[in-house]
Design a protein around this ligand. Sequence first.
Ligand code: URA
Length: 209
Amino acid sequence: MVDEGQAVAQLLPDDRSLDALKEAAAGCRACDLWEKGTQTVFGEGPPQARVVMVGEQPGDQEDRVGKPFVGPAGQILDEALKAAEIDRSLVYVTNVVKHFKWEPRGKRRLHLRPDREEVAACLPWFEAEIAAVQPRVIVCLGATAAQALLGSGFRVTRERGQLLASTLGPPIMATVHPSSILRAADEPSRRLAMDHFIADLRLIREYLG
Ligand code: URA
């Protein structure tokens, strides 16, 4: 079996600036997802951001546009950040997997969750982003990011909103993925889920002072 982590390690440039990392990641073939994705969707935001927010993988629109969280989940994120008084333009936003994994369903491209090997293969890019940005805190959006960084036993429902120590350096807080709010069964549950998401983000706002 190919050691995918090592494959990315070999692609990492000597210049570890975000621009150089993004350029190198554009040609990444460390797992098979590049074959179906339109492009590598690298993180985006200020090089010295105090907060890094990390999701699962680009969605359909992100894959087309080449930027993270610009589709429907991104709109929920924008709304929640605004309510929590966090300026998105000061946040570095990225994903643990940088290609869109999907299968055709009629004319649509249906999101598929990345598997453990794909997450592991891509993770060195995220580690390099963290080393370059050196944020004060990392926020995991959803279980895929949280389990990638905090272990497969991590449960967002149980441990969301807590600042946890990590080997990456900065503490990590996990919350729900914004797309879970889009999937709420009705308007009252959507409102409740959104309020809880905003409350988690307010904790980050307070932590930053
Ligand atoms: N979902 C994610 O996890 N990331 C994106 O960039 C978009 C949707």
